[in-house]
Design a protein. Structure first.
Lengths: 329, 400
C-alpha cells in the first residue's frame, strides 16, 4: 500500500505545481496588456493624476513579482480583487456597497456546479448502460445506429444541439422552459426543471464520448482468456459482460468519465450563454466582452483549477482501480 | 409526472409485446435456435425498433396543415428532417457507386471497401470545398451588401412574407442570408483551415525537433506544453482574445488575425504531443542512424527522413484537429469574440438569427435559418469525423 500512497502523493504535488505554474501563466498573460489596468479603467481621456491615483490604489507601481505574490496571497485568503465594473461604482459612490469578485463568482459557481451535477447524474448511468449494450450487441443494427448517432453528436457544436433541443422540447412541444433564469431561493424542483434543458444538451455532448469509450474498453477485453472461459462455462453474454468484463474495464471507464466531467467545465460556457443560465461561464463571457480583467482572471483560474483537479482525480482513480498497483509483488 | 407514467406504460407494453413475439416465434418455428436463444432484451429491441418505425411513418404522413389552414410546425420539421436524411443517404450511395466505376484502380478499390458514412463524408467535404473556393461566383449578393428589404422570411413565397429574390430571406439589417451562408463557408472554413495548418507547422516542427535533439530542449518544450494543456483550451482562448482585443486596435491589426495565431498556438500543443510521440518511434530506426552517419543535417533528418514516415498518423490527426479548431472558432464567433463583422461567418449568424427559433410554432420557415447556419457547422465536422473514423479503422486493421 505504501507504493500507491507515494504515487498518489507525487501526483498531488505535481497537480499543485501545475496549478501554480498555470497561475503564473494567467498572471503574465494579463500583464501583457498594453498600458495597465489604470488606463484601461479610465479610458482614453484620463488625466495623468487620476491614472497615478488608481495605480497607487491598485498597487500597480510595484514590481511584477511583488504584484504576483500579492495576487496569489489574495487568492489564498479568498480575495480575488474587485471587478472594474464595481470599481467604477466605487469611485462614483465612495466605497458604498463594495462587492468583490469573489462575491460575484461564488453564487455563479454554485449554479454551474449544480448544472454539472445534474448533467453527470443523467449522463453517467445512461452512457455506461448504452456502452455495455453496444458492446453486448456489437455489429448489430443497434450498434451501428448508436455509432453514427454518437459520432454525429460528438462532432456537432454545442449550440447546434442546444437549439435543436430548444426547437423540439421548448418551442414545438412546450415541455421544458427554454430560458433557465434560476435565482436564489427557488424551490428545488423548479430549479431542476429550469436547468433540465441545458443539462440535456450537455448530456448529449458528453454521453456520446463516454459511451464510445465504455464500448471500446469492454470490447478490448473480450479476447481475454477469462472471458473465453466464462463463455465456455455457458454463461449468458449479458452476465459475461456485466460480471467479468465490466469490472476489469472500470479503470479506463472511470478515467473517461472524469475527463468528460472536466470537459463539462468548458462545455458549460457555450451552453450557459444559449440558455441564459446564470453560471460562471456566462459571467466569464460577459467579462471577456467588457474586458473586466480581474473577473476574467479569476474565472480563468477557477476553470483551470477545476480542470486540473478532475484530471488529477482521473489519474488517482485509475491508479486505485489498477489491481497490479494495489497489490505489488 | 403524467409524462413519466405514460412513458413507463409504453415501455411496459412494448416489453409485453416483445415477450409475446418471442413466445409466438418459438411456437411457430418449433423452437428454431434463433428464437429459442433470443434474450428478452433483443426481442425488446426488435419490437421497440418496429414501434418507432410505425410511429415515424404515421407521423410523417400527418397533414401539415390543420383544417383552419394553420401550419403544423412539428410535422413539417419532421418531414424536412426525414427528407434530408433520405437525400443524404441516396447522395452518399450514388457517390459511392460513382467512385466504384470511375477513377484509377486504386481509388476504385478504395471506394469498394468504403462504408456509406465515409463516402458521405467525402462527398460533403468536396461540396464544401467547392462552395468555399468559388463563393464569390456562387453567391447572388455580396456578404456585407445591405439590400432593400430587411427581415424577409425564407421560402421565396410572397404570400408567406418571402421574396423570390432572396430564397432564404434576409436578416435584420437586410443582408441576403443565402449569400452570407455561402461566404460563411469561405470565411469560417478557410480561417479554420489556415489555423489548423499553422498549428501543424508549429506543432510538428517543434515536436520533431524535440524528438531528434532531445535533452534540455525536449524537457523545456514538453513541460511548457504540459502547462498550456492544463488550461482548458476554450477558456484560455477567451482569456487571450480579451487581451488581443485591447491590442488589436492599437496595432491596427484585425482581431481575426490574432484569433488565428492564438488558436493555432493553443492547438499546436496537442499536435506537438502526437508529433513528438510519433517521431520518438522513428528516430530509433536504423535508417535514421545511417543518415546521421552520412553526416546529414538536422533539416534533412526532420523533413526528408522523419516527416515522410509520420504522414499517416499526422493526416488523421489533421482531420480531427481541423474539427476542433473549426468548432472552437465557431464557438468564439458565437460568443461574439471570434471572426468579426462585416465578414460573414456561421457562428455569428447562429447568434444573430437564434431568436427566430421562438417563432417556429407560427412560422416554421423562419426558424430554419439559424439551424441552417448551425447545421452547416455540424454537417462539416460530422463529415470530417466520419472520414477520420474510417481512416483510423482502416489503418488499425480492427475487425471487431
Amino acid at each position: 500500500m505504501g507504493n500507491v500512497a507515494t504515487i498518489i502523493m507525487q501526483r498531488l504535488l505535481l497537480g499543485l505545481l501545475t496549478l501554480l505554474v498555470v497561475s503564473i501563466v494567467i498572471f503574465l498573460a494579463v500583464n501583457a496588456l498594453p498600458g495597465d489596468f489604470a488606463e484601461l479603467i479610465l479610458g482614453q481621456g484620463a488625466t495623468p493624476e487620476a491614472v497615478a491615483t488608481i495605480r497607487r490604489d491598485l498597487g500597480l507601481d510595484e514590481p511584477l513579482i511583488v504584484r504576483y505574490f500579492g495576487w496569489l496571497g489574495g487568492i489564498l485568503r479568498g480575495d480575488l480583487g474587485v471587478s472594474f465594473a464595481q470599481l467604477n461604482f466605487r469611485t462614483n459612490l465612495g466605497g458604498a456597497g463594495d462587492v468583490g469578485v469573489i462575491d460575484q463568482i461564488a453564487p455563479r459557481l454554485s449554479n454551474t456546479l449544480f448544472l454539472a451535477s445534474v448533467t453527470a447524474m443523467i449522463a453517467v448511468p445512461v452512457a455506461v448502460t448504452l456502452g455495455v449494450m453496444a458492446a453486448l450487441f456489437r455489429n448489430s443494427v443497434f450498434d451501428r445506429v448508436a455509432n453514427i448517432t454518437t459520432l454525429s453528436s460528438i462532432s456537432s457544436p454545442e449550440f447546434f444541439m442546444a437549439y435543436v433541443l430548444i426547437l423540439f422540447l421548448a418551442v414545438l412541444n412546450p415541455l421544458l422552459p427554454s430560458l433557465s433564469n434560476i435565482y436564489e431561493g427557488m424551490p428545488f424542483s423548479e430549479r431542476v426543471e429550469k436547468s433540465l434543458l441545458p443539462a440535456l444538451t450537455l448530456t448529449l455532448v458528453v454521453t456520446a464520448h463516454m459511451m464510445r469509450m465504455t464500448r471500446a474498453a469492454i470490447i478490448n477485453l473480450l479476447a481475454s482468456p477469462y472471458i473465453e472461459m466464462a463463455r465456455l462455462k455457458g454463461m449468458s453474454p449479458m452476465r459475461v459482460i456485466v460480471k467479468h468484463a465490466l469490472p476489469n474495464a472500470l479503470a479506463p471507464i472511470i478515467n473517461v468519465i472524469a475527463l468528460n466531467l472536466a470537459y463539462l467545465i468548458t462545455g458549460v460556457v457555450v451552453v450557459e450563454v444559449v440558455f441564459v443560465y446564470p453560471g460562471i461561464g456566462q459571467l466569464f463571457v460577459d467579462s471577456v466582452k467588457i474586458r473586466d480583467i480581474p473577473v476574467v482572471q479569476a474565472c480563468c483560474l477557477i476553470f483551470a483549477a477545476a480542470y486540473i483537479l478532475l484530471n488529477l482525480t482521473a489519474d488517482i482513480l485509475s491508479i486505485l482501480s489498477n489491481p497490479r498497483l494495489r497489490h505489488p509483488k | 409526472m403524467m409524462t413519466i407514467l405514460w412513458i413507463a406504460g409504453v415501455l411496459l407494453a412494448i416489453l409485453a409485446v416483445a415477450w409475446a413475439f418471442r413466445w409466438a416465434g418459438q411456437k411457430a418455428t418449433s423452437n428454431a435456435p434463433g428464437f429459442r436463444d433470443m434474450p428478452l432484451s433483443v426481442a425488446f429491441g426488435y419490437v421497440f425498433g418496429a414501434a418507432l418505425l410505425i410511429w415515424a411513418v404515421r407521423f410523417y404522413f400527418q397533414p401539415t396543415q390543420t383544417e383552419q389552414g394553420v401550419a403544423v410546425a412539428s410535422v413539417m420539421f419532421f418531414r424536412w428532417a426525414v427528407q434530408g436524411l433520405i437525400i443524404a443517404m441516396i447522395a452518399a450511395f450514388a457517390f459511392k457507386q460513382f467512385g466504384k466505376y470511375v477513377g484509377s484502380a486504386w481509388s476504385r478499390k478504395l471506394f469498394r471497401s468504403m462504408p456509406l458514412t465515409a463516402s458521405f463524408g467525402i462527398l460533403v467535404i468536396i461540396l464544401y470545398s467547392i462552395v468555399a473556393i468559388f463563393a464569390g461566383a456562387i453567391a447572388p449578393y455580396g456578404q456585407a451588401e445591405i439590400l432593400g428589404a430587411a427581415n424577409v422570411l425564407p421560402g421565396g413565397d410572397p404570400a408567406l412574407g418571402g421574396n423570390p429574390d432572396y430564397p432564404l430571406g434576409t436578416d435584420n439589417i437586410g443582408r441576403d442570408i443565402l449569400s452570407r451562408l455561402i461566404y460563411g463557408a469561405q470565411n469560417t472554413v478557410g480561417i479554420a483551415f489556415v489555423t489548423t495548418l499553422l498549428a501543424f507547422v508549429i506543432g510538428v516542427t517543434l515536436g520533431f525537433l524535440a524528438a531528434t535533439l532531445g535533452g534540455w530542449l525536449d524537457q523545456l518544450l514538453s513541460r511548457g506544453v504540459d502547462v498550456l494543456m492544463a488550461i482548458p483550451s476554450l477558456i484560455f482562448a477567451l482569456l487571450l482574445m480579451t487581451i488581443a482585443s485591447v491590442w488589436a486596435p492599437r496595432l491596427g491589426i484585425p482581431l481575426t488575425f490574432f484569433m488565428v495565431v492564438i488558436i493555432a498556438v493553443i492547438d499546436s500543443t496537442r499536435v506537438y504531443r502526437l508529433a513528438r510521440a510519433v517521431a520518438l518511434n522513428i528516430v530509433v530506426m536504423d535508417y535514421i542512424e545511417a543518415a546521421k552517419l552520412r553526416g546529414e543535417g538536422l533539416g534533412y533528418l526532420v523533413f526528408r527522413e522523419i516527416l515522410p514516415n509520420a504522414t499517416a498518423p499526422l493526416l488523421a490527426e489533421f482531420g480531427l484537429r481541423f474539427c476542433f479548431v473549426f468548432l472552437t472558432i465557431a464557438a468564439l464567433s458565437f460568443l461574439g469574440v471570434g471572426i468579426q463583422p462585416p465578414l460573414a461567418d456561421w457562428g455569428t449568424m447562429v447568434r444573430d438569427l437564434a431568436p427566430f427559433i421562438n417563432f417556429a410554432q407560427f412560422a416554421p420557415l423562419a426558424a430554419v435559418t439559424p439551424l441552417l447556419a448551425a447545421g452547416a457547422i455540424a454537417l462539416l465536422t460530422v463529415a470530417v469525423n466520419f472520414v477520420v473514423d474510417w481512416m483510423l479503422h482502416k489503418s488499425s486493421g480492427l475487425k471487431e
